[in-house]
Design a protein around this ligand. Structure first.
Ligand code: 3PG
Ligand code: MG
Length: 398
């Protein structure tokens, strides 16, 4: 990989424009998950240590060019100060005279937070003039927003071409972890792909069967595959229009030597409710009036055996309806097994995607994975084999 890191840059006395992704969930004015903010600490710390002055650029929500008070980044200042253990000063715009004055007045040891980049409608159009106005603020550009690297926006793409550019520590770790999982991984490689829809993960499945040795399919997607095999699936969530596609994927996987693992037994109920009576049945025996909500114990056994024989695991999406107990059983059991194998040094495990991270954290396995990405859409696009514009711009700049 061609990109530069903070170690390659001269930061002494320099104003460093750092593109971060502090698009964190906020409920009633409270940050409910500050992971994306806390993981920025090494970047801020290392810029300080090298004598540089960090100035943060980020989007927040999707204000589409409107100044919306509820999407001002100002509300994140206390969370940022706690995470960085440094004072954070704020500029009410990310370009223009006020931002430039704040940038010039920034003292060593302070962090400057620039207002939401998406208050300018040009940001999401990758507008070069907006990028130029941003570039005027700093002398070095550092992209630490892997989770926004699938967007070609002024602050993630055009700006990288205007200043000496490098990756931040978080993005560096993300790229290294993903490279270890899919670039040149230890084999066998197993992927777990779950979630509701085949249609939204079609490119992902098509790419993975060319790269991994085992593909474990779970969640609502698995129902579509079971239906494609001619099994009854009752009133399960599934995409009946995708059955031909599912068959094509299975056939292509066989040709490529990729083993697809589908549930061998299923947990069914009449509704998605933790009080609903449920039963475990062989995968080809779903009653007409029941829905498949999780994989059963035999499936869990098979999945954990596949894990034991694997050296690399890449995970996106839960195996069952994990938000509702007890239909989180397969997801939890598989996650805990992956965590144990990782702890034992047998497995490199990488996971990403919004739902996935909450499912793994809920199971208690999250801390023991080799790497958990902060990215949702970007992680998926990376797994799909796509070039991320934010990464490509850094490579070109280098
Ligand atoms: C995310 O939360 O997935 C990233 O911050 C990207 O946000 P976006 O989907 O609004 O571009
Ligand atoms: Mg998103």
């Amino acid at each position: 990989m061609a990109w530069k890191t903070l170690d390659d840059m001269d930061l002494e006395g320099k104003r460093v424009l750092v593109r971060v992704d502090i698009n964190v969930p906020v409920v009633d004015g409270m940050v409910t998950d500050s992971t994306r903010i806390r993981r920025l600490k090494p970047t801020v710390r290392d810029i300080f240590a090298a004598g540089g002055k960090p100035m943060l650029l980020s989007h927040f929500g999707r204000p589409a060019g409107e100044r919306r008070a509820n999407l001002s980044l100002q509300q994140l200042i206390p969370t940022l100060e706690r995470a960085f253990e440094a004072p954070v000063v704020f500029a009410a715009d990310c370009i223009g005279p006020a931002a430039e004055a704040a940038a010039n007045a920034l003292a060593p040891g302070q962090v400057l937070l620039l207002e939401n980049t998406r208050f300018h409608g040009e940001e999401t159009k990758n507008d070069p003039d907006l990028a130029k106005a941003m570039a005027r603020l700093g002398e070095v550009y550092c992209n630490d927003a892997f989770s926004a690297a699938h967007r070609a926006h002024s602050s993630t793409e055009a700006l990288a071409r205007l200043l000496p550019a490098c990756v931040g520590r978080l993005m560096q770790v993300e790229l290294e972890a993903l490279e270890a999982a899919l670039g040149d991984p230890r084999r066998p490689v197993t992927a777990v792909v779950g979630g509701a829809k085949v249609s939204s993960k079609l490119e992902l499945l098509s790419n993975l069967i060319t790269r991994v040795d085992n593909l474990i399919i779970g969640g609502g997607m698995a129902n579509t595959f079971l239906a494609a095999k001619g099994f009854p699936i009752g009133i399960s969530l599934a995409e009946r229009l995708m059955m031909d596609t599912a068959n094509e994927i299975m056939q292509r996987a066989t040709e490529l030597g990729c083993t697809i693992v589908l549930p061998s037994d299923i947990v069914v109920a009449h509704k998605l409710d933790s009080d609903a009576p449920y039963e475990t049945l062989p995968a080809d025996q779903c009653p007409d009036d029941a829905m498949i909500l999780d994989a059963g114990p035999d499936s869990i056994d098979r999945i954990t055996k596949v894990f034991e024989d694997s050296r690399t695991l890449i995970w996106n999406g839960p195996l069952g309806a994990f938000e509702v107990e007890p239909f989180d059983t397969a997801t939890n059991a598989a996650a805990l097994k992956a965590a144990a194998l990782t702890r034992a040094g047998q497995l490199t495990s990488v996971a990403g995607g919004g739902d996935t991270v909450s499912a793994l954290n809920a199971s208690g396995a999250g801390n023991d994975f080799s790497y958990i990405s902060t990215a949702g859409g970007a992680f998926l696009e990376w797994m799909e084999g796509k070039t991320l514009p934010g990464v490509a711009a850094l490579n070109d700049a280098a």
